[in-house]
Every structure is written in C-alpha cells, then in structure tokens.
Ligand binder design. Sequence first.
Ligand code: HEC
Ligand code: HEC
Length: 371
Amino acid sequence: MKRVYVWTLPTRLFHWLFVAMILGAWISTNEDRWLSIHVAISSALAGLLLFRLIWGLMGPKYSRFNDFNFSISALKTYLLGIFNPSRTYVGHNPAASYIMIAMLATVALAIISGFLAYGIQENRGILAFLHTGAFSEMDLFKEIHEFFVNVLWVLIAAHIGGVMTDRFLHASDRTLTSIIDGHKNIEGESATLSVLQKIVAIIGIGGSIGILIYALSVSNNPLIASHTPKMDYKKELPLFVNECASCHTLYPPTLLPKQSWTKLMGELSNHFGDDASLEPADTRSILEYLLAHSAENSKQEMSVKMMQTLQNRDIIAITQTPFWKRTHRHIPIEVFKNDRIKSRANCKACHSDVEQGTIEDNAIKHITIKG
Ligand code: HEC
Ligand code: HEC
C-alpha cells in the first residue's frame, strides 16, 4: 500500500497544542476574573506561533512555507477539480495553504492587539508603558482584538470544512487521521527530521509550555503584572480612612469627579440619611485630598470611563452612576441582597483591592446568590 510520512511529531504536537491553547484562551474569556489566565495562555500561544514561524523556514518538507502552494492558478485548478477523485496533495493543498497562513497571521494579530488592549486599557503586562489615559476611546484595541478573533473563527470553520470535504471526497487519503499519526495513504517522499530540527522543536514547543507554566504559577510576573500602584490611604491621609471607612467601604477618590466630591463633602450632616459631619478643618483636608486624587486626575480605566459616561451630572453615589450601573448590569439583584453583601455600595465584599484604590479583574471575588 502507498504510504507517506507527512507530518512529523513536532508539526502534529504544534497542531494539537495550538488547538488546545486557542480553546483555553477562548474559555478563559468567560469570566473577567480569569483575564490573567487568558493572558497567560495567549503568551504561551505567542511562543508557539514563533516556533511555527521558525519551523516554516527551517522545518521538514511539507511543514515548510516554501512547500505551501500559493499559486493562484493552482488554487483555481484545485477548486475547479475538487470532485476529481484522482487529485491528491501530499502536504497542504492550495486552499489549505492560504487558510493556514491566514490563521497564523490572524492569531498573531489577535495576540498583538490583545497585549495592546491589556497594556493601554488595563495598565498591565509588557505593553503597560503605553497606558496613558489619553485615549478617548480606551476600548479601541479590545474591539480590534475581538475583530481578529472573529476572523479566526471563520478561518477555523473553513479549515474544518476543508478537512471534512476532503474526508468525504478523498477518504482513502486519510488526511484527517494524518494529523494524528502523521501518515497519509498517498504516493510521495516521506518527511524526515535532522538533528538541528529536533533541537529546534524541543526548544520551541518546550519553551511555549514553559511560558504557560511560568505565566500561570509565578504571581505578578511581567506578562500579567499590573502597573497601577496600590494606594496605602492610611499612610497618605489617616483622617480619610478613619472618617470615611468607619461606616462602609473606603471608596477610592479616583472614582468620582471633583464636582461630586465637593457636593458630598458639603452635605455630610445629611449623608444618605446619616449624620457624618466632621470638624470643618477635617472636612477641608479630606476634601482637599479627594480633589487632588479625583477621577479627572487619574489615568485608570475606571476613572476615564466614569468621566466619559458621567458628563456633567453631579451624582454623589457611585452606584447611581451610568458607569457603575453598566458594569454591574449582569449581576442579579439577589446577589446584592446576599448576607455577605447586603448593599450594592459594599464594594469590598466583591472587590478585594478596592480599598487600595484599584479594581483589578483578578481581585473580583466570585459570589453567587447563595453565598
Ligand atoms: C456615619 C456613617 C458614615 C460615615 C462616617 C460616612 N458615610 Fe458615606 N455613606 C453612609 C451610608 C449609610 C451610605 C449609603 C450606603 C448604601 O447605599 O448602602 C453612604 C454612602 C456613601 C457614598 C455612596 C456609595 C454608593 O452608593 O455608591 C459615598 C461616595 C460615601 N458614602 C462617601 C463617604 C465619605 C467620603 C466619607 C468620609 C467623609 C463617608 N462617606 C463617611 C454612611 C457613612
Ligand atoms: C456583588 C459583588 C459586587 C459588588 C458589591 C460590587 N461589584 Fe463591582 N464588579 C463586580 C463584578 C462581578 C464585576 C465584573 C462585571 C463584568 O465585567 O461582567 C465588577 C466590575 C466592576 C468594575 C469594572 C472593572 C473592570 O475592569 O471591568 C468597577 C470599576 C467596579 N466593579 C466598581 C465597583 C464599586 C466602586 C463598587 C461599590 C460601590 C462595586 N463595584 C460593587 C461585582 C461587584
């Protein structure tokens, strides 16, 4: 029987790791608090992609890019003759060649735009130095990222569609099973690996898995580290903590604009039905601190978005702002009535870092209706 070794072990390992990591990256977008996991997997995916690029240049026959068939006339002949049972391709057929390159390029663009979004919007990761707060449209790179991910789904569908078509039209070639055991039942020259290729494969694939383990297990590593400083309000202004955290969460000054803080501090004697009034000197120094660190003066995503959505309204309750309502719209009312929370204003029940002035995705506690 005709039999040819098409996909060597590194190419097959690449394929299945690529599948697993894309699935992992996709699943980890389910919850905001899993964002660091999403970035860890995507970093490993970047390493895997780099390996595939090198493999495309110096890998074995059929896996090398110069073995891919990009000629337009070949693509035409292939598509027109798709039902021709005698037509076989040992490596990638012309249509598959285009889809393969498009997939690799799309994943690369998705990763780059993802790290841009993570740096610019979240002030995290290796591109955090790009975070300026000057972007009026902070979500831009997130939208570009999502665009490439959608393109990727289309390409994956086309790839699976192509393989399935081949399975029905050329079942005896074993194209589908070839990515598991490496062999196709076609006439051709088998691929072999040189020592150098083996070494490159071990470093490339091992390196990608290494990145994954590193990014998941080392806390605060550069790939996911936040560059938003944690505030120690007790050190900054003890009075603020003593007076404003005695009845509830210490709300970060960066969450409301000057106008709101001025109004709130001017009506402390009737503060949400409570009397929270202070000595005039204390009121003044707290107000001064709040104004110096208000939303206008912060580059944090939450401050920028608060300002954009609040416009000129002088709302003093964070939970009444359009931004807060929008970010919490998916949480069922019953969750806020839960015994451990009791009030929407009890931010620290869900955001373990709020009293240090940040609201990081990975610091959101998972709370259900029951507790
Ligand atoms: C005597 C208790 C008390 C003190 C002291 C106090 N507050 Fe409050 N504060 C409340 C209550 C009660 C609410 C309403 C909370 C709710 O809706 O569950 C509130 C609500 C707030 C809110 C709105 C929360 C929301 O719903 O988004 C802000 C902002 C706030 N307080 C700021 C301050 C600041 C700043 C200080 C210090 C100057 C302060 N509070 C001191 C009792 C207090
Ligand atoms: C019942 C738990 C709960 C309470 C209480 C709560 N939050 Fe949240 N908050 C969440 C969850 C969950 C998310 C993520 C929502 C999502 O993206 O779907 C979130 C998101 C946010 C975000 C957006 C973070 C980001 O990067 O996307 C901000 C800002 C925020 N909360 C501030 C607050 C403040 C301020 C308070 C108190 C006034 C508060 N939250 C009270 C659960 C809570």
